[in-house]
Design a protein around this ligand. Structure first.
Ligand code: PLP
Ligand code: LYS
Length: 380
C-alpha cells in the first residue's frame, strides 16, 4: 500500500507537514503495551516534535516528557504534562532555564558535569529547594549509528566520563541542595542494532554496583532513547518493534526491587506519523540528470543534507511508469537534495510529492534560511 493523503489536503498550499494522528495513536498503544505500566516509564523526547496537538495526545497516553531546553519544559507544561513527569536534560542548561525548572518543581535534572552540579546546587539553595538529579554518564558504548547522532562515546561532549565519575560522586557531599536519585545514559539515535542496548545495560549494572558500594542507592535509572525506525519501508513497518527494544533491558539490565526505569524515546514515537508534502515546481533535464525541483527544501527537512539520510519519496499525483530523478529543493545549496537517482512515477510540474517518515527531527529542525516561511502543520 502506498501513502494516502486525505483528499481535502490535496489542494492545500505547499509545502506542508501532514500528521496522521491515527497512526500516532496506534504507535502509542503499541508502545505503552510493550512498556507494561509499572515496568518501564516512557518519557517522550520533545526535541523530536514539539507540536501541541501531538504532545497532548502523547500526554493523554500516559507518557512523561524529556526536555532539553527551558522552552521545551515550558511547552511540556503547557501541553498538560505534570511537573513530576518532566525531566530536564542537556549539556548546556542556562541559569534562567534551571531557575524556571526548579520553580516548576520538575521530577529531575539530568546533570552532565561538575560545574553544572555546582550551579544546580547554588540555584536550588537560593530558591530554598533541593534539585533532584540523575547523573548523565558517558558510558563509552558505541551505538553503531551515524557519527553525528552518536552521543555515548568518550569523544562526544555528552555526559560525565567514566574516569571523572569518582571525583564527581565524592564532590556530591559538598552539594547539600543536590539530591542524587539516579543514573542516566543516552548513547545515540536511530539505533537499529539492538544489541548495543545490552552493552549499555551491562555498563549501567557495573556503575550501579559501584555507586551502591559507595553508599548511594538509586531509586531511578534512565537508559535514554534512540530506538530507530524503518526509513526504507514506512508502509510495511509503520510501528517500531517496541517489544524487542524493552526486551533488551528486561534481559540485561539488573534492576533493584521497586526501582523505576525510564526510557526517553523521540523518533520511534512520531517519525512515521509525519510526512512532508511538497509540489513539483519544475522538471529540469540535463544530459546527465533529470531533476525534480520541489517547493520544499532543506529548510523544511534538513536530515538528508545534514546526515545523508534516506527518506522514502513518492509522487502521489502520477500513475505513469517510473523514471530516475534527483529530487532537490529550491535552496541555494547543492546539499539541498532529498535523493539522487530515485525512481518516481513520471513527474510533471504541479505533481504532489510525499517525503515520508518526517515526523521526527523534521519540522522542529526547520529554518528560515533564504527567508523562507515556515511550512504549515495539518493533522488528521
Ligand atoms: C538525551 C537524549 N534523550 C533522548 C533522545 C531521543 O532520542 P531518539 O529520538 O533517538 O529516541 C535524545 C536524542 O538523541 C537525547 O539526546
Ligand atoms: N536530529 C537527529 C537526531 C538527533 C537526536 C538528538 N540527540 C536526526 O534527525 O536524526
Amino acid at each position: 500500500m502506498s501513502f494516502q493523503l486525505p483528499a481535502d489536503f490535496r489542494s492545500q498550499p505547499t509545502p506542508f507537514y501532514y500528521y496522521d494522528l491515527a497512526l500516532l495513536d496506534q504507535t502509542l498503544a503499541a508502545l505503552t503495551a510493550a512498556a507494561r505500566p509499572g515496568n518501564f516509564q516512557v518519557h517522550y523526547a520533545l526535541k523530536a516534535n514539539s507540536n501541541l496537538p501531538i504532545l497532548q495526545r502523547i500526554q493523554q497516553a500516559g507518557l512523561g516528557a524529556d526536555c532539553v531546553s527551558g522552552g521545551e519544559v515550558q511547552r511540556a507544561l503547557e501541553a498538560g504534562f505534570a511537573p513530576d513527569h518532566v525531566v530536564f536534560a542537556g549539556v548546556g542548561k542556562s541559569d534562567a532555564e534551571i531557575n524556571r525548572a526548579l520553580a516548576a518543581d520538575i521530577f529531575c535534572f539530568n546533570a552532565e558535569s561538575v560545574p553544572e552540579l555546582q550551579v544546580l546546587n547554588e540555584l536550588a539553595g537560593a530558591q530554598g529547594r533541593k534539585a533532584r538529579v540523575a547523573l548523565r554518564i558517558n558510558p563509552n558504548v558505541d551505538a553503531h549509528t551515524h557519527a553525528y547522532i552518536t552521543t555515548g562515546l568518550e569523544a562526544n561532549k555528552f555526559g560525565i566520563s567514566l574516569s571523572d565519575l569518582a571525583g564527581v560522586v565524592e564532590g556530591l557531599d559538598s552539594l547539600p541542595n543536590v539530591e542524587l536519585i539516579g543514573l542516566h545514559a543516552h548513547i545515540g539515535s536511530q539505533i537499529t542494532e539492538l544489541h548495543v542496548f545490552a552493552n549499555l545495560s551491562r555498563k549501567l549494572n557495573e556503575l550501579q554496583t559501584w555507586l551502591e558500594d559507595r553508599g548511594h542507592q538509586l531509586p531511578h535509572l534512565n537508559v535514554g532513547g534512540g530506538l530507530g525506525i524503518d526509513y526504507q519501508h514506512p508502509d510495511t513497518n509503520p510501528i517500531p518493534d517496541f517489544g524487542a527494544y524493552f526486551g533488551m533491558f528486561e534481559q540485561h539490565l539488573v534492576r533493584r526491587p521497586g526501582q523505576q526505569v525510564h526510557v526517553e524515546l523521540g523518533r520511534a514515537v512520531v517519525a512515521q506519523a509525519g510526512t512532508l508534502v511538497s509540489r513539483v515546481l519544475y522538471v529540469k533535464e540535463s544530459q546527465q540528470t533529470r531533476f525534480a525541483i520541489l517547493d520544499a527544501g532543506m529548510t523544511e527537512l534538513i536530515r538528508p543534507a545534514l546526515y545523508g539520510s534516506h527518506h522514502h519519496i513518492e509522487n502521489i499525483s502520477s500513475q505513469l511508469p517510473a523514471l530516475a530523478y534527483d529530487v532537490v529543493g529550491p535552496i541555494c545549496e547543492s546539499s539541498d537534495t532529498f535523493a539522487k537517482a530515485v525512481q518516481l512515477a513520471e513527474t510533471r510540474r504541479g505533481d504532489l510529492v510525499a517525503i515520508r517518515s518526517a515526523g521526527a527531527y523534521g519540522e522542529v529542525m526547520s529554518s528560515s534560511y533564504n527567508l523562507r516561511e515556515k511550512a504549515e502543520a495539518l493533522y488528521r
